[in-house]
Design a binder for this molecule. Structure first.
Ligand code: FES
Length: 426
């Protein structure tokens, strides 16, 4: 069996074999076992709030349409015509009762049912009695507090069970608002010449924060004379099933109740009131966590929820072992005042995305790793052991427990896939 992980707690050593970033066979196992059997984020319920609303989505390599059907159900339809396969929905988003295929004009109601086709007399009366000429829907679509996931494996455990300890951290983000969160318009889409798992690691890696994002932190120091020294202090935590979080304090403003010097005095007064309201709703301790602590959460395999200087949801998929595509957007409290929303959006764009101070730095680091994996034959292992020596219950946010949680689950899934393949070849 291929060894991809060395997890030696006695020696405080955790190693990942670098072939996982370059090997095409590994990618085939990931497609079969991870992107076909794990719960994958498709979108937020507020992306399709009204009957007829739809959005095209690419999830786990499949073309889907997330649609709010007129019977009230939110479905994920496979975006392929049951006739001869054409993409049925070609608009990225919209509102419609019917999807009509461009090729031969079969039409479908927005729950996927075949509604009509030209030349009906050429088909038998009972042509679609068994429903196989309807647009097929993903059988497993479940949601947690507005976050909608799909699973292509009909036998998968429930989403609730799958999310395990991650639910607590989704709650902390959603509870910031008394009226729920909404997905904001506009999506950041970009690609990186690197393996997708490098971004999974990077998304919950605070160790790289200071060296990689020095420019951003220098700007924060210059903006606020009260900040004498940048400190990133907090904890890392394993949330089960490969999910993990780092929760920490940082010197940037949070649009929920952590004011920063570049914002107006009016915003400061608002935020003090907001904090009081949080204390009324949740008590001092939870209010302090919601307002003053940042959380970067990875939900295995590829959903990252950043609850930091804004709230963002980001997914990423491989097109090859050395290339990934990212899609991300921002979420905000429903009914947020315009000046708060502006501060939030500026915060988000200043740090995250292709025009921010962080994302280009991160992408460069990821590409440097990928480029150097040409040396894999001679230098085989990555070291991800930082903090093991402290014991996992004492893990700092700047340790590497979050990545170890991801890799332990990854190893479990991929080794099972390799064993199944080997057994089927015997
Ligand atoms: Fe869609 Fe023929 S492929 S109607």
């Amino acid at each position: 069996m291929k060894e991809i992980l060395r997890d030696n707690i006695d020696k405080n050593e955790f190693l990942v074999h670098r072939s996982v970033f370059t090997d095409k066979e590994i990618l085939a196992h990931e497609r079969a076992e991870i992107f076909s059997k794990c719960w994958l984020f498709i979108g937020h319920e507020t992306e399709v709030p009204n009957a007829g609303d739809y959005k095209r989505k690419k999830v786990g390599g499949r073309n889907l349409v997330l649609v709010h059907s007129h019977d009230g159900e939110i479905r994920a339809l496979y975006n392929t015509c049951p006739h001869r396969g054409a993409l049925v929905c070609r608009e990225n988003e919209g509102n419609s009762r019917v999807f009509r295929c461009f090729y031969h004009a079969w039409s479908f109601t927005n729950d996927g049912k075949l509604q009509g086709m030209p030349g009906k007399d050429g088909f038998p009366e009972d042509f679609n009695d068994c429903g196989t000429k309807d647009m097929k829907a993903v059988n497993r679509v479940e949601q947690y507090r507005g976050f909608i996931f799909v699973n292509f494996d009909d036998d998968a455990m429930s989403l609730d069970e799958y999310l395990a300890g991650a639910k607590e951290y989704i709650d902390l983000a959603v509870d910031q608002s008394e009226h729920g969160l909404e997905a904001l318009g506009g999506v950041q889409q970009y690609s990186v010449r690197a393996n997708w798992k490098l971004l999974a690691e990077n998304s919950v890696d605070l160790y790289h924060g200071m060296p990689t994002h020095k420019t951003y932190f220098d700007i924060k120091l210059a903006q606020d004379p009260e900040i004498k020294k940048v400190k990133l202090e907090g904890r890392g935590k394993d949330l089960g099933n490969g999910h993990a979080v780092m929760e920490y304090m940082a010197p940037w403003g949070r649009p929920i109740a952590q004011w920063t010097a570049i914002w107006s005095e009016a915003l400061k007064a608002d935020m003090e009131k907001m904090k009081e309201r949080l204390v009324e709703r949740f008590g001092e301790e939870r209010a302090d966590r919601i307002a003053n602590y940042n959380r970067n959460i990875i939900i295995f395999p590829n959903l990252v929820i950043n609850d930091i200087m804004a709230i963002t949801a980001r997914t990423f998929y491989p097109t090859s072992p050395d290339y990934l595509e990212v899609s991300g957007y921002s979420l905000a409290p429903v009914g947020e005042p315009a000046d708060h929303r502006l501060a939030r959006n500026n915060n988000f764009l200043e740090f995250l995305g292709p025009g921010g101070f962080a994302t280009p730095d991160d992408n460069e680091a990821l590409e440097l790793c990928q480029e150097a994996y040409t040396n894999n034959t001679e230098v085989e292992w990555n070291d991800i052991s930082k903090g093991m020596v402290r014991g996992e219950e004492n893990t700092l946010a700047t340790d590497e427990l979050q990545m170890r949680s991801f890799w332990r689950q990854y190893n479990k899934v991929i080794q099972a896939s390799i064993m199944n393949q080997e057994a089927s070849l015997k």
